[in-house]
Design a protein around this ligand. Structure first.
Ligand code: ZN
Length: 307
């Protein structure tokens, strides 16, 4: 048996010896090379293939996860031209990708660029279908005194200040398992609703509205760090919490802010009181979830665990 194995290995690695080399030494050298091959060559052959787990389909406005199993050292995903970072997760890496509620349905390229453990760049291309999700249409009126808040210039200028904080992604993941709703009031406007204010289409509703009397305590959806705590004209009293790795929650129209920039916040901690400030037609809380600067349906994060 041993001789057959040796013969096979000899054929495989084509070791030829000069007759002058003693038989015992020849055998030692053969086994030495076989051992080297087992240690260095076989692991490369068996683990070089990058394993990717990604959904084939995602609904408009929802978030999805891409997992990479080892041996990726680092990686980036490119979805519809936008670069998204991967972060370490269990034995591999994972990226969270958000889709806008109005994203055109169809197939999108998902390109993964990974640096494998042996330092090589590996590129994989997949396709993810964005499927239609039905969103309602709602018309409402703003008081004449609040009409000037609809100025696109004002909204763009104020949003730029919030966006600057959201784009600054921190590496540590501060949330785990489910997010919680910040208030217990009933829903007054769902995420993705096509809004018509004073008869004009103003785009999609990029958050979730809850009915809340002015002064209702607003709780942090999960652990994080406060990155915005400020009054804006368009968004009203605003708190933004950074949950790490490109995930933020936003709380608008507050009457009072009870959090400071830089403060570490625990899930459920009161960060402010609800109100009717900014572009708001009645007392409510607007709650938004941002995934790498794309507003997604926050209820998906309350109802399911996004690891
Ligand atoms: Zn809202």
């Amino acid at each position: 048996m041993r001789r057959t194995a040796l013969k096979k290995a000899e054929n495989k690695f084509s070791l030829k010896f000069n007759r002058a080399v003693p038989a015992g030494r020849q055998e030692f050298i053969r086994w030495f090379f076989i051992a080297i091959a087992i240690i260095f060559i076989l692991p490369v052959c068996s683990f070089a293939e990058l394993k990717i787990v990604a959904p084939a389909e995602v609904f408009q406005g929802r978030s999805f996860i891409v997992f990479l199993s080892s041996p990726a050292k680092s990686a980036a995903a490119y979805f519809d031209g936008k670069k998204i970072s991967f972060f370490p997760y269990e034995n591999g890496l994972r990226a969270i990708i958000g889709t806008e509620p109005e994203k055109k349905t169809g197939y999108y390229n998902l390109r993964i660029e990974a640096i494998t453990d042996n330092g090589e760049l590996e590129i994989k291309k997949l396709s993810v279908a964005v499927s239609h999700r039905l969103y309602p249409k709602v018309s409402f009126r703003l008081k004449p005194s609040k009409k000037k808040l609809l100025s696109p210039d004002l909204i763009v200028r104020e949003w730029a200040q919030i966006e600057e904080k959201i784009l600054n992604e921190s590496k540590d993941k501060l949330w785990y398992e489910f997010f919680m709703k910040p208030v217990s009031g009933m829903t007054t406007m769902r995420f993705g609703t096509r809004e018509y204010i004073n008869g004009k289409p103003t785009g999609r509703h990029r958050g979730w509205d809850f009915r809340a009397n002015v002064g209702t305590p607003v709780k942090a959806g999960h652990n994080g760090r406060v990155v915005v705590a400020q009054f804006f004209k368009a968004f009203g009293g605003t708190v933004v919490i950074d949950h790490g790795q490109g995930i933020n929650t936003l709380y608008f129209h507050l009457s009072r802010i009870l959090a400071d920039v830089g403060q570490e916040i625990e899930k459920g901690k009161i960060i402010g009181l609800s109100g009717n400030t900014g572009i708001s037609s009645g007392p409510h809380l607007h709650w938004a979830m941002s995934v790498h600067n794309i507003r997604v349906d926050p209820m998906q994060w309350v109802e399911t665990v996004i690891p």
